[in-house]
Design a protein around this ligand. Sequence first.
Ligand code: AMP
Length: 231
Amino acid sequence: MTLNIVMLGPPGAGKGTQGERLAREYGVPRIATGDILREAVVARTELGCLAKATMEAGQLVGDEVMIAIVKGRLLQADTRQGFVLDGFPRTVRQAEALDALVSARGVLTILHIVVPLDELARRVASRRICGQCGTTAGPLAPPDAVCVVCGGALVQRTDDSVEIVRKRLRVFERETAPLVQYYQRRPTFFEIDGNQLPDRVSAAMRSAVGAASEVGSAATRTPHRRTADRR
Ligand code: AMP
C-alpha cells in the first residue's frame, strides 16, 4: 500500500512541521514546493530566477511550472511507497494534474489543517529560515539558534513580512480555498484542527491517515465502491 498525502492549509497552519513528522513516521519523502523554489532561488538556477520576484510579491508561480516540478519529483524512486506533499496543489488546475499523476498509485489522502486567522498571522511573524540553504527552522527554535543542516544564520523569510503575509493569505483565500471544495466530498478528505498542541495535531493526522488507509484497502477489495460518499 502506498501512502499519498496532500497537506492543505494557509501559510502558518503547520504544514511544514506536521508534514515532516508524517513523512518521517511513514518513511516517505516530504515534498515541499516552497522549499524546492527557495533552494532554486538560493542556487540562482533558471527556475530560481523565474520564481524569485513572484514569491517575494506573495503571488503564485505558474501552474505549468509547478506541475512540471512535481511531475519530475514523483518520478524519483524514493516516492515509490508514497509522499507527503506540502504546498502543492495550490490551485484546482494543479489538483487536477495531481489526480492524473497519482491515479495509478492508490488513494490520495487530503489533510486540511484549519487555524484561525489571528493565530496564523502570529505564527508567520515569528517563523525563520536559514539564510544560506533555505531550511525552515522549527517553531520552537530559540532566538540564537542556527540552521540544523548547514549551521547558517536564521533570518525571516522575505515573503513573511506583515504586508506580504496579508497578501499571501488573500491569495490563499482566492486560489487555494476552492481546493477544499474540490476535495471535500472524497472519503479520504479530513479536516484537522491545527490550533492545538503540535503533538495533538500529529495524533489527529495519524488517525486520519489510518482511516484513509482503510478506505484505500476497501477500495482495493471492492473497486466499484471507491467513490462512495461518506456524508
Ligand atoms: P510556501 O513555502 O509553501 O509558503 O511557498 C512559498 C511561495 O512559493 C508561495 O508564496 C508561492 O509564491 C510559491 N509556491 C510554492 N508552492 C507553490 C505552488 N504549488 N503553486 C504556486 N506557487 C507556489
